[in-house]
Design a protein around this ligand. Sequence first.
Ligand code: HAS
Length: 545
Amino acid sequence: KKLTLYFLVLGFVAVIVGSLFGPFQALNYENVDAYPLLKRLLPFVQSYYQGLTLHGVLNAIVFTQLFAQAIMVYLPARELGLKPNMTLGWVSWWMAFLGLLLAALPLLSNDATVLYTFYPPLKGHWAFYLGASVFVLSTWVSIYLVLDMWRRWKAQNPGKTTPLVTYMAVVFWLMWFIASIGLVLESVLFLLPWSFGLIQGVDPLVARTLFWWTGHPIVYFWLLPAYAILYAILPRQAGGKLVSDPMARLAFLLFLLLSTPVGFHHQFADPGIDPLWKMIHSVLTMFVAVPSLMTAFTLAASLELAARMRGGKGLLGWIRTLPWDNPAFVAPVLGLLGFIPGGAGGMVNASFTLDYVVHNTAWIPGHFHLQVAGLVTLTAMGSLYWLLPNLTGKPISDGQRRLGLAVVWLWFIGMMIMALGLHWAGLLGVPRRSYIAQVPDAYPQAAVPMVFNVLGGIVLLVALLLFIYGLLSVLLQSRREVALAEAEVPFAEVISGPEDRRSVAAMDRIGFWFAVAVILVLLAYGPTLVQLFSNLNPVPGMRVW
Ligand code: HAS
């Protein structure tokens, strides 16, 4: 519990600090240059791009990873009733913490203003790459922790099928293991030697390709802890059951198979990659939407079942009977509603032809704010209402719950308004990642959507400040109730009939599916990487890649 709490608190500190830079991005997209003011408040902030790097790294990379390390070790441990290897558990936390600290120094001193994709030839200080590598490698320890618990449970329960939540966790960590290899290769072969001065240059295309090997599945690394909560906990919060055990397993299994061999959809506009492979990745991306479409069906059915168990009636009238006064329920459900347009936008991006309309425009941050700042963050916020009492024994009062409801509604409304503005501005040609406020009256054709951006930013700032207040008021209170601390994690009951046995057993051959996933990645990336690496032509004696 202590380890989980440490991961969770560090993650939320990251997202709070990172989000405080958000309103400055929103103002930039309303053509208001607030950076001179920010420089006066925080003299270390030198530029829009440094603020954007801090915003992206802390929110998208740091918060999401720490939340995954908290949830996807704690939930299987509680389900199996097993303790992870605590020494290694703390090793993973310290690696994450020290890596973060090391990477933060050059970020704060403006020596690693390379955005969260750190594309060469933008170059950061070696401490950034080293710290980020140690931070990411701490997840490999988490992988070991979960695989080790699973192995111990299997030894004690020969022939039994892996319980659902553990199945999700094992598949999730294996997916991440395959996915993270791209980033590890980029870092070890190129970024670290380059920043230490051992090689004089890096081929941007090779680096980008290795980056996106990890860069697309990383979004499912952010998403799947939320999905695990949505499948395992939300139906119970709604007062019902999860309608199908095998559907939940199949969704996770499909993510293991399909998350990684799709990265070229981020590189449609890059030269040097055969269009045939771009097309293959485009088609595979359409397939990776399938487990989310299945999730939409399974969760909506589970919510309807819950509502009908609560006496809900009518074609849509049942929705009213859901527990709209419980932030642990409302937060993820609002996130899911925002995920529908976010997912639809993702399919637009995935299209080889349509992506040219939206690539590198403000549409893209519109898309991913709905996904990660919407569903993932709202589910994480909602989880605090059952997780914090369970981890700390500290109760949450009715007043704090009401505040929580206000926070999650404001967060949702702010995110929807801002995302609408960003998508719209993107279609009108406003670029992403650009300090447009330094040009007076830039993009006058997008004046209306820009108002949406800034309105959304203001609502989000209010939500964030109320969230900080609410979180501190729970964490810093001295009241503790032993009963809460000893309570079980509220896992939902799962419907699974005898007819499911064969499909569940087939999916439980995780080693086999892992091998299939590896083969798919080798097929999807192998030919292009071989060609790109063979094109690298170091000048003798210079070691320029
Ligand atoms: Fe994406 C770019 C395609 C999902 C994040 N994406 C990004 C970037 C980020 C990101 C950060 O193909 C920018 C990277 C950068 O900086 O350059 N994305 C997709 C597709 C999906 C997708 C096809 N993305 C995500 C998720 C993210 C995320 C999830 C974060 C967590 N994305 C792309 C592409 C690009 C891209 C291209 C590159 C574009 C470019 O030009 O650079 C799919 O996985 C989406 C599937 C989702 C659905 C929605 C299902 C709906 C559900 C809700 C049901 C509601 C219920 C509620 C049950 C099909 C599950 C009921 C309620 C009641 C009250 C009853």
